[in-house]
Design a protein around this ligand. Structure first.
Ligand SMILES: [Ca+2]
Ligand SMILES: [Ca+2]
Ligand SMILES: [Ca+2]
Length: 430
């Protein structure tokens, strides 16, 4: 079977099984779209009002389709709309579009089974970076907003110690207004660019809340101040039963100090901070070094930090292999995620491709938020009663559901790459 034919089968199959139309061994699609875009043969009628027919394709039938035209074709077919978001540039997101070699994170299948299975709780990811363009057309709706704070009045209305902290905090300038940073805006889009709004891209979450913190640094004091804001907002949320603060479930830290030792006196505080964040149910997803080195030996902060509330991520590519210039380490690095040529948001309504462990990490931080939103009575009770335990469970699920990759085996603690579908399934069945 050609590569493109594999993709057609896998996507239509998902949509089909969702609708429980008939035996799963057959392909069902909208006949008009099939006629227009492929040479496949239309068979027996399945549901006329929706133009659904059984379809038989041989290789000749659709191998003229490029991946991009194939995705466009699926977008226009009502039955496929369920699985594929309508964002303008979705077909360029190899990290999400079902891949013939399994390079994507199985997001489409996860979005499918998560439908109707969300608990309704708001989850927040704190993006500790240079800053985020909070006005970007594809991010604005998914930016966290401090409801208790009146903007621009130079008063700390919610009395949390931060004046005018509307969307997060700017540690560099000790103010509420966050920097419009290129790198941080790209990271934010991977976590939660608005999905299915017909514009731009989509994040691993179609809908989420992103808190922007300008505080990425190699300087321990700056970094501690950034995490301090996160911890205080989460504590406030827990103490006020959700009426104040923010339900932060993950921090994303796509920065650090190459070749540094987290156990040396200079950096042990980082690990202590992660332990404190874990106590209130926050997982800290961090990027490892952008170089082909063993972090267990060479060191990296924070990806080499021991705290069990740290998830360290390395970079995989469209061939479903570890990107060459990305760190590894059986003890220190937990899993891989796509980080090579990733399209996401950049300031002033822009979009750009970037490469690095910085792009891999937000897939995993976004996955933590995605899983945290799912409806499962048993798990939701743990989230309420014991957030620390729920964080441990989430990490365990993420690391136990990876796709095993030969380039990550023995070089990461899980031996594999993020699979959002498998982790979603495991959480729903927890
Ligand atoms: Ca405040
Ligand atoms: Ca204010
Ligand atoms: Ca979008």
């Amino acid at each position: 079977m050609s590569k493109i034919s594999f993709a057609i089968f896998s996507i239509l199959f998902i949509s089909f099984s969702l609708d429980s139309l008939a035996s799963q061994s057959k392909l069902v699609a909208q006949a008009s779209a099939i006629k227009q875009h492929t040479n496949c043969t239309i068979g027996a009628e399945v549901f006329e009002a929706l133009d659904l027919y059984e379809v038989t394709c041989d290789e000749k039938g659709y191998n003229s389709l490029t991946t991009s035209s194939f995705v466009k074709f699926l977008k226009n077919a009502p039955i496929a709309k369920r699985a594929i978001p309508n964002d303008d540039r979705f077909d360029e997101l190899w990290n999400f579009v079902p891949s013939p070699v399994g390079a994507d994170v199985s997001a489409v299948k996860a979005w499918d089974i998560a439908r109707g299975n969300f608990s309704g709780r708001e989850t927040v990811v704190a993006v500790i970076d240079g800053g985020v363009d909070i006005e970007h057309e594809d991010l604005a709706d998914n930016i966290w907003n401090n409801q208790q704070e009146i903007p621009g009045n130079n008063v700390d209305d919610d009395n949390n110690g931060y004046v005018d902290d509307i969307n997060g905090w700017n540690v560099y300038r000790n103010m509420g207004q966050i920097e419009k940073d290129n790198h941080g805006t790209h990271v934010a889009g991977i976590i939660g660019a608005k999905g299915n709004n017909q514009i731009g891209v989509t994040g691993i979450n179609w809908k989420t809340k992103i808190m922007g913190i300008s505080g990425a640094s190699g300087d321990t004091i700056t970094v501690l101040k950034a995490y301090n804001y996160v911890l205080k907002q989460k504590k406030l949320y827990l103490e006020s039963n959700g009426s104040k603060g923010a339900n932060i479930v993950a921090t994303n830290s796509s920065f650090g100090i190459d070749y540094a030792d987290c156990n040396s006196t200079e950096y042990t505080l980082w690990n202590d901070v992660y332990e404190e964040l874990g106590k209130v149910g926050i997982l800290n997803v961090v990027a490892t070094i952008n170089n082909e080195v063993n972090v267990d030996v060479e060191g990296d902060v924070p990806s080499g930090c021991d705290s069990e509330y740290v998830i360290s991520v390395t970079n995989t590519n469209i061939d479903n292999e570890k990107y060459q210039f990305a760190g590894f380490g059986k003890k220190s690095i937990d899993l891989g995620a796509p980080g090579t040529d990733i399209l996401s948001t950049v300031p002033d309504d822009g979009y750009a491709f970037m490469t690095g462990t910085s792009m891999a990490t937000p897939h995993v931080a976004g996955a933590v938020a995605f899983l945290s939103k799912l409806k499962n009575e048993k798990f939701n009770k743990i989230q309420n009663d014991d957030p620390q335990r729920s964080a441990k469970i989430l990490k365990e699920i993420l690391l136990n559901t990876t796709d095993s990759l030969s380039t990550l085996k023995g070089r990461t603690s899980s031996g594999g790459k993020l699979n959002l579908f498998k982790s979603t399934k495991m959480l729903l069945n927890y």
